[in-house]
Write a protein that binds this ligand. Sequence first.
Ligand SMILES: Cc1cc2nc3c(=O)[nH]c(=O)nc-3n(C[C@H](O)[C@H](O)[C@H](O)COP(=O)(O)OP(=O)(O)OC[C@H]3O[C@@H](n4cnc5c(N)ncnc54)[C@H](O)[C@@H]3O)c2cc1C
Length: 483
Amino acid sequence: MPGPAQQSSTRPAAPDTARPSDPSATAGASGPVASPAATGPAGSPAAADPADAAAACGNDVDTADVIVVGAGPAGSTAAYHLARTGLDVLLLEKSAFPREKVCGDGLTPRAVRQLIDLGIDVSESAGWLHNRGLRIVAGGRRVELDWPELSAFPGFGLVRRRADFDELLARRATAAGARLVERANVASPLLDERTGRIIGVTARLGEDRRPVAYRAPLVVAADGNSTRLSLAMKRYRRTDRAMGVAYRTYFTTPRHEDRYLEAWLDLRDPNDPARRLLPGYGWVFGMGDGTANVGLGVVDTGAVSGEVDWKNLLRRWCEDLPADYGYHPEGVTEPIRGSALPMGLNRQPHYADGLLLIGDAGGTVSPATGEGIAYAMESGRYAAETIVQALARRTDRGRDLALRAYPQALRAAYDGYFALGRLTVAALSRPRLIGAAGAAGLGNPAVLRAAFRLVVNLTEPNSRDALDRLLHVLGRLAPSSRG
Ligand SMILES: Cc1cc2nc3c(=O)[nH]c(=O)nc-3n(C[C@H](O)[C@H](O)[C@H](O)COP(=O)(O)OP(=O)(O)OC[C@H]3O[C@@H](n4cnc5c(N)ncnc54)[C@H](O)[C@@H]3O)c2cc1C
């Protein structure tokens, strides 16, 4: 539904590669927040690229209430919850479904809850492989820890390939009324010259990369780890937060229907003469289709040498798996691929100047586990709920106040848990400490179960159970992730 041509005057938006080394540079982006009303049709859009600017002032302009950039789990979840309330939502995705996304494909009960909220049938008859919990392998021992059955979360997890999974979520968003535009590669923000607010985006559309523009009073960056849009809006990564890295592949295995996600804690670089423990784990997740997803994830605590050859490390690690896993190089079905894991809310502010950051774009991966899908979906939902409230306000001030609730919701939900995750990671860089704690914990089932629930963030919020109460207090006492 192309909208009317918009008046334009060009002013370069920030180059998307700029990144000052000083993390405090992010402060400049969190200045006073202008209201959506201040960016109405009268606002003059500005774009970096002359071709984009041409699109911005030409006829190829579409308008909506909200633009969501990126149809991964975060973007599709946000688009679904927005569209369900009747808002006009444009969901812009640079690729076309089905498309691959490098991932471990493991879903905890937190993610399952979000899927159920999207109205997705998560039964086994609908093609999902259910799992009962996590098997930890460390120091030659194996312990199986079942997911707890809680009021807020089901007692099972899932696995599903991302090509299939992400398309399913995007189709739920369109079924709810969102307008998905595939092959729309967002190039840069359109800025209101007067206020500096984002009032839309320019994109290259289709195979011929036709320049187009989309306008809306609010834009959601859900474009993943690389988040070009956030960079163009000067939302830089905080360098005082840990970053993770993860690589994965698939191999054929008789263990493909394993009912436990499996994590191996003894991860070492074979090229390190000291054979130090790496702060991370290797995983084997049976996919139920004859293969397992196998990978490794490590948090960069500064203790890890920048020269680790992750692909080689994964290959060597696979070769050391026990014989009954059936690993051999000819059974590998996909190339080894990996990427960074943006953790601990490492890109801020999560709302300013008309732009909200969700999922990997906002650094929502758990520093404790590397789990990202559940938090991407949860942040998408928080953002959608905030936007719905904001757009219903009658004054600029009211809208502004309502939008501030989004970063507050993220902090309330994750500050304690992510801070605990950072402490866990710090401990992981001290192998002796983790070795002693691990040896004690693996020998004591109650301690291990409590530690497990804390690390995977599955506790009962309003329980009378002493363990749940203790876990909540610990979460609240953990140092804040602000600052
Ligand atoms: C090897 C590996 C294993 C992992 N394993 C797990 C796991 O087992 N479980 C788990 O929970 N998490 C896992 N994660 C983390 C998880 O993959 C991410 O946290 C999750 O995908 C984040 O979702 P998202 O929607 O924020 O971003 P993404 O899934 O990255 O989606 C971003 C979307 O934006 C689109 N996009 C990007 N740029 C543009 C643009 N310019 N214009 C338009 N569209 C654009 C992309 O095409 C993509 O569709 C793993 C990560 C890695 C690297």
